[in-house]
Design a protein around this ligand. Structure first.
Ligand code: SAM
Ligand code: SF4
Length: 290
């Protein structure tokens, strides 16, 4: 039986549990991605504090050793999460890792983040493994807005660009969210707020994902980079307005820390990634746009 939304509000830092001094570890086992968000720049480095960044990519077996070490250093960790650095469903490594974690650390909350392209077809596996909390990044529910945020998708071996790719992505996200939510798994939605692109669309996203079964909504301010390097990050007022509009339809999480794909510790309080992943000097290798 997976944790309920109420349980997670006490025990998962991204669902409200941040008040209780609980920690998480992100296991960076998923390097590849099957879509191309125009703002995403996945890199290997030891210094940047943002999603898509990791010091190394590890295997599902290595992740058990990493977890053991992390729990001995930081017993506050209640959540084993996988948030990249790429997409958790683009390769099988994340689901393999969760099966191993479930066996060896049955008390840990299993949490994963996906773009949702393959969520509908992999939903039975996600449910069977007993993922406790699932985050799906939904940046728009209208294809003409999404195509400004996503360049293409690779779906069943074919590349779909622009509106066509955006339509498939939105349809699969919403069908996947409905199916997984109906099984009782708690769903959080991430939206990257790019004021000039989806700033006026937040209410529609919030309403649509709530109707599909999501429980909580997290608006992430854009970090301007890659193709959207010249777009402005939202200011505090814009973020606050977007959150207030969304909260008419769905609970809103307001404490997102823009964590790395290999973060370890209690968000905002402790960070043990240096010790766990033996971070090196300032080495930077881009691997998302080869
Ligand atoms: C790197 S992704 C990995 C998990 C999965 N592929 C996904 O998209 O949900 C983790 C989160 O970082 C967000 N993200 C990536 N680049 C960002 C940026 N430049 N600014 C803000 N959020 C970003 C994504 O939208 C996603 O919600
Ligand atoms: S944000 Fe997630 S889905 Fe989008 S390109 Fe980056 S890793 Fe892939």
């Amino acid at each position: 039986m997976s944790n309920t939304y109420q349980d997670l509000q006490n025990s998962h830092p991204c669902f409200g549990g941040h008040k209780n001094n609980v920690g998480r570890i992100h296991l960076p086992v998923s390097p590849g991605c099957n879509i191309a968000c125009r703002f995403c720049d996945r890199v290997i480095n030891d210094v940047e504090e943002r999603p898509g960044v990791t010091s190394k990519v590890i295997t599902p077996d290595e992740s058990l050793e990493v977890l053991e070490k992390a729990l001995s250093i930081c017993p506050e960790i209640t959540v084993a999460g996988i948030a990249g650095p790429g997409d958790t469903l683009a390769t099988d490594y994340a689901l393999q890792t969760f099966r191993k974690v479930k066996e060896k650390f049955p008390k840990l909350i299993k949490c994963m983040s996906t773009n949702g392209l393959l969520l509908y077809e992999k939903a039975d596996e996600v449910i069977d493994i007993g993922i406790d909390s699932l985050t799906v990044t939904v940046n728009a529910v209208k294809p003409e807005i999404l195509e400004k945020l996503n360049k293409y998708i690779i779906y069943h071996g074919r590349k779909y660009e622009g509106i066509e790719g955006a339509e498939i992505l939105i349809e699969n996200q919403l069908k996947g969210i409905k199916k997984v939510a109906a099984s009782g798994i708690t769903i959080k939605i991430n939206t990257v707020l790019v004021p000039e692109i989806n700033g006026g669309h937040i209410e529609e996203i919030a309403k649509t994902v709530k109707e599909a079964g999501a429980s909580i909504y997290n608006i992430i301010p854009l970090i301007p980079q890659y193709e959207l390097a010249d777009r402005k990050a939202p200011n505090c007022l814009q973020i606050d307005e977007a959150r207030t509009k969304a909260s008419k339809y769905i609970d809103v999480f307001r404490h997102c820390q823009h964590c790395r794909a290999d973060a370890v510790g209690v968000p905002g309080k402790s960070e043990y990634g240096d010790r766990i992943y033996q971070r090196r000097l300032n080495v930077k290798e881009t691997f998302s746009h080869g």
